[in-house]
Design a protein around this ligand. Structure first.
Ligand code: PBG
Length: 339
C-alpha cells in the first residue's frame, strides 16, 4: 500500500506482518482513552428551550419525550438546572399568545421571548442566552416571513426580522440566531444592531439550513407547522453541498460570527466541508427528528438510547462542529459528569 506520509520502503511491508496490529491500542480502557481523537464536552452544548405564556406550565411535547413547553417561571428553574450542569448556553424559541399574518408578537417589546430573556438575565446572568430569530412561530400561516400573492417575500420579511433581533438584544439577549434562510438577513440584522448600540452582539446564523423532514417534532413543540405549502423556496435542497458553501460564505461576508449547519446527522459531510473551508466557529443543530427517533427506538428497547446518544453527539463533533445544539444536552451532560 502506498502512503506518502510514510518513509521509503515502508510501503513494501504487508498487512500480514505482526506489527500491523491496530487492535493493540484498543485492548484497554486506558489505551483507548489515551488515543481518543474526539472528546465530547458539556461546554460544546447549546440547549433549546420552548417558552409559552402563562405560569406554572411544564407541558411535555408528545413527539419529544423529555422536552417541555415552559412558562417563564419554569424557564428560570430550567435555566438554573442547565447552568448547574455546566451547559454554557441555551437557545430560546417562543410560542406567542396570538398569531397573526405579520407575526407581530415576534418583535413586540413585551413578546414572550423578550419577557423570558429579561427574566433570565436577571436571575441567571451567567447563562448565555441565544434567541432564535424567525417568524414561523408567530405567524397565523406558520411561514417564516410575510406572504404576498402566495409568495413568501424576502426583503419585507427581513425588515421584521431585524426588529425582532433588535428587541431581543434590547431585552438582554447575548446572541441572536436568524433561522429563516432569507437572502441578506445577516447583513440587515448586523446593520440594525450596530446602529442601535449593539456592535459587540454576535450573530449565529443558520447558514446552511436544509428543507428537512427531520423538523417534524419541532413544529409540534413550537406550533409552527405551515398551514399551506412548505419551506422549499428558502431552505436548501438536501441534495446540495456546493450550495451550502456558497450560503455559508455569504453569511460570513455579511457578518456572521458563528455559522450553523442544520440538521446534523444527514449532513455530517457538509459540517466537515464548512469547517475545512472556512475554519469558522461552526455549530450543528441535532434537530428534533434526530432526537425523537433515538428516543422512540430507545423506549422500544431497540437500541441503547444513552449509547446511541453519545455516539451521535461524538460523530457531530468529529465531523467538525465546535458547538452542538441538542435536546440531549442535559442527558449528555449528566452522563459526562457521572462517568
Ligand atoms: C425555525 C426553526 C425550525 C427549527 C429551528 N428553527 C423549524 C423550521 O425551519 O421549520 C427546527 C429545529 C428542530 O427541528 O429541532 N424557527
Amino acid at each position: 500500500m502506498q502512503n506518502e506520509k510514510m518513509p521509503n520502503g515502508f510501503s513494501e511491508l504487508t498487512a500480514t506482518e505482526s506489527f500491523k496490529r491496530l487492535r493493540r491500542l484498543r485492548m484497554t480502557d486506558a489505551f483507548r482513552a489515551m488515543v481518543r481523537e474526539t472528546e465530547l464536552s458539556t461546554k460544546d452544548f447549546i440547549y433549546p428551550l420552548f417558552v409559552v405564556p402563562g405560569s406554572g406550565i411544564r407541558r411535555e411535547v408528545g413527539s419529544m419525550p423529555g422536552v417541555y413547553q415552559l412558562s417563564v417561571d419554569e424557564v428560570l428553574r430550567e435555566s438554573v438546572d442547565v447552568k448547574t450542569l455546566g451547559i454554557p448556553a441555551v437557545i430560546l424559541f417562543g410560542i406567542p399568545e396570538h398569531k397573526d399574518e405579520m407575526g407581530s408578537e415576534a418583535y413586540s417589546e413585551h413578546g414572550i421571548v423578550q419577557t423570558a430573556v429579561r427574566a433570565m438575565k436577571k436571575e441567571v446572568p451567567e447563562l448565555v442566552v441565544i434567541t432564535d430569530v424567525c417568524l414561523c412561530e408567530y405567524t397565523s400561516h406558520g411561514h417564516c416571513g410575510i406572504i404576498r400573492d402566495n409568495e413568501i417575500v424576502n426583503d419585507e420579511s427581513i425588515e421584521l426580522l431585524t426588529k425582532e433581533a433588535l428587541t431581543h438584544a434590547q431585552a438582554g439577549a447575548d446572541m441572536v440566531a436568524p433561522s429563516d434562510m432569507f437572502d441578506g438577513r445577516v447583513q440587515a440584522i448586523r446593520r440594525v444592531l450596530d446602529q442601535h448600540g449593539f456592535p459587540n452582539l454576535p450573530i449565529m446564523s443558520y447558514a446552511a439550513k436544509y428543507a428537512s423532514g427531520f423538523y417534524g417534532p419541532f413544529r409540534e413543540a413550537a406550533q409552527s407547522t405551515p398551514q399551506f405549502g412548505d419551506r422549499r423556496s428558502h431552505q436548501m435542497d438536501p441534495a446540495n453541498s456546493e450550495e451550502a458553501i456558497r450560503e455559508v460564505q455569504q453569511d460570513i461576508l455579511e457578518g456572521a460570527d458563528i455559522v450553523m449547519v442544520k440538521p446534523a446527522l444527514s449532513y455530517l459531510d457538509v459540517i466537515r466541508r464548512v469547517k475545512d473551508q472556512f475554519g469558522m466557529p461552526t455549530a450543528a443543530y441535532n434537530v428534533s427528528g434526530e432526537y425523537s427517533m433515538i428516543k422512540a427506538a430507545g423506549r422500544n428497547g431497540w437500541i441503547d438510547e444513552q449509547r446511541v446518544m453519545m455516539e451521535v453527539l461524538t460523530s457531530i463533533k468529529r465531523a467538525g462542529a465546535d458547538l452542538i445544539l441538542t435536546y440531549f444536552a442535559k442527558d449528555a451532560a449528566k452522563l459526562l459528569r457521572d462517568t
